[in-house]
Design a protein around this ligand. Structure first.
Ligand code: PHB
Length: 408
């Protein structure tokens, strides 16, 4: 689904109407100038639409995650009649390919070429950090609908940067407590070598070792490699009590299947941050049965809010929602909260931020608020795979916060 640059903006008009449009827009600009002295000027595109830049992966190992985020975002938008803060929304999409090397160019294209008013993105922590840097420098409002890079709501936090998802530390830390309490003494960790994997393992290790366990080996492979065999052989030889892992998307599907095929599932229990089994269960089949994971969402919350969301999502997209769909939905909700407070005038950044800081986001995951550095303060659930569902077992970590509490 990769888009050529010219196709990325779904609303680009055919070149043949160019001259007429130039005339028309000259008249409009003239009018705008004439009115500027008399009326407050609201910074917005000529047709009054709010341009939202969606920078997400639509190809590669995280492709399904990007689609689920977009679906969730669109679902909330549809429920609001296509408008947020009174303004019609136009989506401009870019496939970031989960490639940090292309991230700065991609985000600059959205800001400078497409003139987006707001940025929504992305999934991959490395790409998100590049987005956050550009957003911070340009002042463009950014809502991160997945990537957990701790820095985005830590050292890089800014008044115009928000997250509707989690920090990598959150599910990792919660699982560290769970596994220590289960009495596993020696654990091997395995993940992709990049910010999300490193931070997930760091959060896990912090809580797990505080609880008396010992991480005896930290294994990794480069993102997005899925050649797990040599590392699985090493796990078998090391014989830990259990394994903690961070993988997601296509890589998570393959890891769970390879772990079972190597005969490890029976002898060495596998645990993970919940991305290991979210949006992946159809493909993983019985190989995922019984796995315990920690995450800020589950398939069996059974609240009225979540039931309504799941029904609407399934009806609209003929798919079951997952955590990514929820995060996309909540990114749209958050944008709506901010825009309502400023009556659609996105240039009022301080008021936009103040509204979000005080908001209770009515998420399908449960109500959450934003901490000082704009990360969700939320419950982390312990879940277990039963059939094709991530069933809630308990709240592993109530209203988990990020380690960063300093931003005011
Ligand atoms: C990340 O890179 O931060 C990331 C990617 C996929 C996930 C979770 C976190 O499912």
């Amino acid at each position: 689904m990769r888009q050529a640059p010219g196709q990325a903006n779904q609303q680009l008009k055919p070149a043949s109407t160019g001259k007429r449009r130039m005339l028309a827009s000259a008249v409009v600009s003239g009018l705008t100038l004439a009115l500027a002295g008399a009326m407050p000027v609201i910074a917005q595109s000529k047709d009054g639409k709010l341009k939202v830049g969606l920078m997400l992966p639509y190809t590669g190992t995280f492709a399904a995650l990007g689609t689920a985020i977009e679906n969730g975002f669109r679902l909330h938008l549809n429920e609001q009649g296509g408008k947020l803060g009174g303004r019609e929304v136009e989506l401009v999409k870019v496939d970031d390919e989960s490639d940090p090397a292309k991230a700065t160019d991609n985000v600059n294209k959205l800001i400078k070429r497409d003139n987006v008013d707001v940025l929504i993105g992305t999934v991959h922590s490395g790409v998100a950090m590049a987005m956050a840097k550009v957003a911070k420098d340009s002042g463009t409002i950014l809502i991160v609908p997945n990537a957990g890079a701790d820095a985005v709501t830590g050292p890089m936090c800014a008044p115009n940067i928000f997250r509707s998802s989690f920090s990598n530390w959150q599910p990792g830390y919660a699982m560290g407590e769970v596994m220590a309490k289960k009495g596993h003494k020696r654990v091997v960790t395995i993940t992709w070598k990049y910010a999300a994997g490193d931070e997930s393992v760091r959060g896990f290790k912090e809580a797990y070792e505080k609880g008396g366990g010992k991480v005896i080996k930290e294994l990794s492979l480069p993102f997005p490699n899925v050649e797990f065999q040599a590392l699985l052989t090493e796990i078998a030889a090391t014989k830990p009590d259990a394994v903690y892992t961070f993988f997601a998307g296509g890589g998570a599907v393959k890891f769970v299947k390879d772990y079972a095929a190597a005969g490890l599932k029976k002898s060495i229990p596998l645990y993970g941050a919940g991305f290991l089994t979210d949006g992946t269960l159809e493909a993983q089949g019985a190989d995922a049965d019984g796995l315990f994971t920690t995450l800020h969402y589950a398939d069996s919350l059974a609240s009225a809010r979540d039931n309504a969301f799941r029904l609407a999502y399934a009806k609209t997209f003929k798919l079951q929602p997952d955590v990514y769909a929820v995060q996309g939905y909540d990114a749209a909700q958050m944008l709506g909260v901010g825009l309502n407070a400023v009556k659609g005038d996105i240039s009022k950044k301080a008021e936009f931020a103040a509204a979000l800081k005080n908001a209770k986001i009515d998420s399908p995951r449960g109500v959450f608020t934003l901490g000082k550095s704009h990360n969700p303060v939320q419950d982390i659930y312990l879940r277990q795979v039963v059939g094709k569902e991530n069933k809630v077992i308990s709240v592993a970590s109530a209203k988990a916060i990020t380690r960063y509490k300093t931003f005011t």
